[in-house]
Design a protein around this ligand. Structure first.
Ligand SMILES: NC(=O)c1ccc[n+]([C@@H]2O[C@H](COP(=O)([O-])OP(=O)(O)OC[C@H]3O[C@@H](n4cnc5c(N)ncnc54)[C@H](OP(=O)(O)O)[C@@H]3O)[C@@H](O)[C@H]2O)c1
Length: 349
């Protein structure tokens, strides 16, 4: 049985470990914690073994920790790094490379320049097979994963008929559980957003994709506004919706007033962490104007990358086919059922 360690227990790490603990094909070694706070006991109560940095073990004397992170890594076949953006690269150099273990990094890292954690940015829909046989792979961020999920079916269906994509990312300020982070009353302008370049790493550097981003004071998801300009063969609104009908991880919803409606529904139906793990096309906002189709979709910031990490783990650890990996991920995440429930609640009426 392959052994997996999750390094970091924040928004992303706490979700990943909660899902992968139910995977019968792997053994979860435990989770890495860095601050001696209430989340240590929360993790222990959830049944996880908690490991802490060797040099800081004394700070955790009030907690029942299992051991140090260094020894947990020694036992692991693969580590999922869920540390704050930029820390993953340092962990790679200090801990993962010297132990020669397979490593997955999150979207706050980079694949460019001297701090690159990998030469591949993963999106299961686009480059699953490229992750097979790789030692270090970066999972795209939530916005990058969401854009890839929408762009790939559009590109496959309409190809050269598309002239350009213009996307405005309206990013959430903080996550639901990041209660120590205040949500400031301003609209923040994102200078040089990385998202477009990240997407181009798998779509090609000359892909006609133009991205701008702002951050707004909400915890309730990201919203992307995308204009797709066509050279020829401009599809109808219905044709656009049709191509997403059977896409994994995309729900088409009608008459949602705001992103909180979706989280509230997920909470009411006891979806884990109130996450849907997908993106939601706001179908009543889709418009055709001359050569342009306008669409809007919301992106479950915390949930969307969790099944992606699980799909990636299967490529790296077991070299499974894409179809087998998706089938296995579906058993843990039930995304088809979540999509069905969302679509029947937010229906066209
Ligand atoms: N939040 C999202 O919606 C989202 C979505 C997609 C991708 N991401 C990416 O996922 C990564 C993690 O984000 P997050 O939102 O989960 O952050 P977070 O909630 O701030 O959690 C970060 C975790 O990393 C731990 N940590 C601190 N130092 C560490 C180290 N040296 N090595 C390993 N872990 C360390 C922290 O431990 P202590 O709490 O014990 O100090 C904390 O548990 C980032 O790259 C981020 O860009 C986030």
């Amino acid at each position: 049985m392959k052994k997996v360690f999750v390094n970091g227990y924040g928004s992303i790490g706490s979700r990943i470990i909660q899902f992968i603990k139910d995977d019968p094909e792997i053994e979860v070694i435990g989770v890495g914690k860095y601050s001696p706070d209430s989340k240590v006991n929360e993790a222990i109560e959830m049944g996880f073994k908690v490991y802490v940095p060797e040099k800081n073990q004394n700070a955790f004397s009030d907690f029942t920790i299992t051991g140090n992170i260094e020894s947990a890594l020694d036992q692991s076949d693969l580590v999922i790094d869920a540390s704050p953006g930029g820390q993953g690269f340092k962990n790679k150099k200090l801990f993962y490379e010297p132990r020669d273990i397979l490593s997955i990094y999150q979207g706050g890292e980079t694949i460019e320049g001297e701090n690159a954690v990998s030469n591949i940015l993963f999106n299961s829909k686009v480059n699953y097979a490229d992750a097979i046989g790789k030692k270090h792979v970066m999972q795209g961020s939530c916005n990058v994963t969401g854009m890839g999920r929408i762009l790939e079916p559009l590109r496959n269906t309409f190809g050269n008929s598309i002239k350009r994509f213009d996307v405005t990312l309206i990013r959430r300020w903080a996550d639901l559980e990041q209660t120590n982070e205040s949500v400031i009353d301003t609209i923040e302008l994102t200078q040089s957003p990385h998202h477009g370049e990240d997407v181009k790493s798998y779509f090609g550097r000359d892909a006609p994709l133009f991205v701008r981003a702002i951050k707004v004071p909400t915890r309730q998801m990201h919203l992307h506004i995308m204009d797709i300009r066509f050279e020829k063969n401009i599809p109808s609104v219905d044709e656009i919706h049709e191509i997403f009908k059977n896409e994994y991880g995309i729900a088409t919803l009608w008459n949602v007033k705001g992103t909180k409606d979706i989280r509230d529904f997920a909470g009411k139906l006891n979806f884990s962490f109130k996450d849907t793990n997908m993106i939601h096309i706001h179908a009543n906002m889709t418009k055709k104007i001359d050569d342009t189709i306008q669409i809007m979709y919301s992106d479950d910031q915390t949930g969307i990358v969790i099944p992606e990490n699980h799909i990636l783990l299967q490529a790296m650890l077991f070299e499974k086919s894409y179809d087998d990996a998706i089938k296995h991920t579906e058993k843990l995440f039930n995304m088809s059922e979540k999509k069905r429930l969302l679509e029947s609640n937010f229906n066209k009426k």
